[in-house]
Design a protein around this ligand. Structure first.
Ligand SMILES: Nc1ncnc2c1ncn2[C@@H]1O[C@H](COP(=O)(O)OP(=O)(O)OP(=O)(O)O)[C@@H](O)[C@H]1O
Ligand SMILES: [Mg+2]
Length: 277
């Protein structure tokens, strides 16, 4: 069988500052060795300071973007990011159920690092009931997990175990469906993530890097996962590499000088060397 570079697709919004959304996803996919494509669900007016405006894309045009792309390009993995509104969720669910890509990473984006809401409250049920069953892996942060399960966000690793078990029940009961529960919002000096498939519970510990450059960490992680899943033996291996890649990208964010708020991570830390700009 011939070997190809995997083709990956980000379905998400655009952050013009390039730290999050489709622009960041394409960087992360490229950095982990995958070809990146993108379907835009919304434009935003956004910087490292926050989200100042959201301009939704017409539903029929979202559908057309997905259909035109899939009609031509073999897509090995999809990453779903910001969808914004309930009808967008149903449109994307409808398209993907017809196409059945092998890997579907769902990042249930609800609130930006800046605290801005990125998903209408009414859309939570659609996310839970229509999107989750399509996912092969979901990557909620702790507040998002709380909203999806209608409970207070977990504050300890022990509580995270219970949350991961409850989240797994929202996914299809087929094998190889995973919950990647992100611990970036845990209080304290650790940001341990959990990976759970209903059988194996894997703790992925990490030391919290002291930096304010955490804009787009979630986008970067889920896009790296989409890029790595077609290239690895199994999901725990892809998750481990994605987390290490992100950790270094956060650690090397200080090489960049982008904006004065929550700056982006350094997606290309493998290759780029800072010079005197
Ligand atoms: N300061 C940090 N140091 C090390 N790892 C971090 C740090 N902040 C977040 N992470 C890791 O980054 C990943 C993203 O987690 P986080 O909980 O920040 O996601 P998120 O809230 O969805 O991010 P975003 O706001 O970009 O959507 C997780 O693997 C988390 O453990
Ligand atoms: Mg996020």
């Amino acid at each position: 069988m011939s070997k190809f570079i995997p083709n990956t697709l980000s379905i998400a919004g655009v952050d013009p500052s390039g730290g999050a959304g489709v622009l960041a996803d394409i960087k992360a996919m490229s950095a982990v060795g995958a070809y990146g494509t993108g379907v835009i669900t919304a434009l935003t007016a956004q910087s490292t300071q926050g989200v100042m405006g959201i301009y939704p894309i017409d539903l029929a045009f979202i559908k057309q973007q997905i259909d035109v792309l899939f009609d031509d390009v073999r897509i090995d993995a999809v990453k779903i990011g910001m969808l914004g509104q309930e009808p967008v969720i149903y449109t994307v669910v409808d398209c993907l159920s017809r196409r059945q890509p092998q890997h579907v990473v769902v990042d249930p984006v609800m609130v930006a690092k800046s605290g801005d809401h990125l998903l209408e409250k009414a859309a939570t049920a659609a996310m839970r009931e229509a999107m989750m069953p399509l996912a092969t892996i979901i990557t909620p942060n702790l507040p998002e997990a709380g909203v999806l399960l209608d409970m207070r966000p977990a504050e300890t690793i022990k509580e995270m175990y219970g949350v991961a078990e409850k989240l797994r029940r929202l996914l299809s009961d087929q094998d190889e469906r995973w919950v990647f529960l992100k611990g970036g919002h845990l209080p304290g000096s650790e940001c341990t993530d959990l990976l759970y498939n209903g059988d194996q519970m894997i703790e992925m510990p990490a030391h919290r890097i002291q930096t304010k450059n955490t804009h787009g960490t979630g986008c970067t992680l889920s896009a790296a996962l989409a890029g790595l899943l077609p290239q690895t033996e199994n999901t725990p291996q892809a998750a481990k590499i994605a987390k290490e890649y992100l950790y270094k990208a956060i650690a090397r964010s200080g090489d960049l000088a982008v904006g004065s708020g929550h700056g982006p991570v350094n997606h290309f830390h493998h290759w780029w060397k800072p010079t005197n700009a």
